[in-house]
Design a protein around this ligand. Structure first.
Ligand SMILES: *Cc1c(COP(=O)(O)O)cnc(C)c1O
Ligand code: SF4
Length: 476
């Protein structure tokens, strides 16, 4: 229902009569605290040289957004022209060579970067690699640290938890994030990584559907990728309706970064949104939940376009939840994280998870210590409604699944090793997360520098974790 239709009906309004306002128990709030509600509006993109003459209708056109996305240094130069320094371009050129992910940035994202200081900008950090900030990988890092392929009965379907499965129908996205967990598969091959192909292929999809249908315990399907933004409308119908027709499948989630990096598509790609809506509505008529999971990482990604897109989804009764990744220089301070949570709550993108950064190659500069996550979680809890309070999780490397970060069995700040168990996912096993080396004291860094020490570091942590588990079990 539109705003106009709503006000046409006679609804009770707050009376501005002479009722005395009860005396407050709190001092008046500093207006700065509510500044997150002032979303960027107007035609802010016109400061980008290539978008100087782009009007609102053009900027809102999702086809224009896709077509003008930047995938190479040459296109970045053509877009930003003289507002970016030679130094920055030189840094990006080397960054492109060393990155495990291919590069793709939407005009929307480019227009939100602070080009006066691109090195520090939280959006630049996520999407445009520069060589100068790269740090050596931790010795424990590898591609596919989540063992998605090891837990896949058929390519592109990971069945790790009892009742849920992760379906990867395609391997492309509207943008590419430097830090993608699936850098083993997503995007084009790069100088650094030759990818596992997960192309949209009907036979591959059919094998996944057949597996889901054969396993009565599966109730919940995450349709990810790649990104559901890149699924054609007819593919959305095919995947959505086929999965809904499996009697034991009760919940579907479309995973897309879209609302965060190109909200324009929700406002102008009616064919795509109508297909999603059709699946949501059919699911609702069957008593099944179909929702969107998205991926905002900072409040800087939220503008009036985001609000309009989210309102359009809400009008259609489509629930949106957000999964953010904790990243250094992006959202790792109390101020940036609280602002993210409050802004997302304001636009009805329910903060669901904040992930510790996965152990992905080539992005050590973005990782934080577990301690940072533990501190932020305490600050965020209590700031807003419980259902808008994200759970901070670590996706246990090696396929343990998501664990609440505070549930570690052992955490050593010197070596940065934390140990988790996952009794309902892989009983009896220990899972290790490691802080980035740059977050460790000198002594810890020296231990990791010595290859002979490495197995000892993990063995020590395991011993302490086992002692802690025994202590917990003693109480029963
Ligand atoms: C994250 C994930 C899910 C969904 O987990 P939730 O905690 O329900 O969001 C399902 N399967 C795999 C393999 C996952 O990584
Ligand atoms: S949108 Fe998601 S799947 Fe695609 S590159 Fe970014 S993190 Fe990876």
């Amino acid at each position: 229902m539109s705003e106009a239709m709503m006000t046409a009906v006679d609804v009770p309004q707050l009376d501005h009569d002479d009722t005395p306002v009860p005396a407050a128990k709190k001092p008046p709030v500093d207006p700065a605290v509510l500044a997150y509600r002032d979303l960027k509006g107007g035609e802010w993109w016109r400061h980008v040289p290539a978008y100087r003459d782009v009007d609102e209708a053009t900027f809102l056109d999702h086809k224009w957004q896709s077509k003008h996305s930047v995938t190479s240094l040459k296109r970045l130069l053509a877009t930003m022209q003289d507002i970016v320094s030679e130094d920055f371009y030189a840094d990006v050129e080397r960054g492109f060579m060393l990155a495990p992910m291919s590069v793709r940035v939407s005009p929307y994202v480019l227009s939100l970067i602070d080009w006066d200081n691109p090195w520090d900008d939280p959006l630049r950090r996520q999407f445009i690699p520069v060589a100068s900030t790269l740090m050596a990988d931790h010795p424990e890092l590898n591609l596919d640290s989540l063992h998605e392929q090891a837990d896949a009965p058929t390519p592109g379907l990971t069945h790790r938890y009892l009742d849920k499965a992760l379906f990867l129908p395609l391997d492309t996205c509207p943008v590419y994030c430097r830090f993608c967990t699936r850098s083993y598969a997503i995007g084009l091959d790069t100088e650094q990584v030759e990818k596992v192909a997960l192309r949209p292929n009907k036979d591959r999809w059919k094998a996944a559907f057949a597996y889901v249908a054969s396993r009565p315990e599966i109730e919940d399907i995450v349709i990810s990728g790649g990104d559901a933004y890149n699924l054609r409308a007819d593919w959305i119908r095919e995947i959505g309706h086929t999965l809904l027709s499996i009697p034991h499948v009760q919940r579907l989630r479309w995973a897309t970064k879209g609302p965060a990096i190109m909200p324009q598509k929700i406002l102008t790609d009616d064919e795509w949104l109508d297909a999603i809506t059709e699946v949501v509505e059919r699911g609702r008529s069957m008593g099944k939940e179909v929702v969107i999971h998205t991926h905002f990482n900072t409040a800087n990604e939220v503008t009036e376009h985001s609000l309009r897109a989210m309102n359009r989804l809400m009008e259609r009764g489509i629930l949106v939840r957000n999964q953010a990744v904790l990243q250094r220089g992006v959202n790792d301070t109390p101020e940036t994280m609280v602002r993210l949570v409050k802004t997302l709550s304001w636009i009805n993108a329910h903060p669901y998870y904040v992930y510790m950064h996965d152990l992905v190659r080539g992005v050590e500069d973005l990782r934080t210590s577990l301690a940072t996550g533990l501190r932020l979680e305490k600050i965020v809890r209590g700031v807003t409604a419980g259902f808008n309070t994200p759970t901070f999780v670590v996706d246990a490397p090696g396929g343990g699944g998501k664990r609440a970060i505070h549930s570690y069995e052992h955490y050593d700040r010197e070596t940065g090793v934390s140990v988790y168990t996952a009794p309902s996912v892989k009983p009896g096993r220990l899972f290790y997360y490691v802080d980035p080396l740059h977050a460790l004291p000198e002594s810890g860094q020296q231990r990791w520098a010595n290859p002979d020490e490495r197995p000892r570091i993990l063995e020590e942590a395991a011993e302490k974790a086992r002692a802690h588990i025994a202590w917990l079990e003693d109480g029963d």
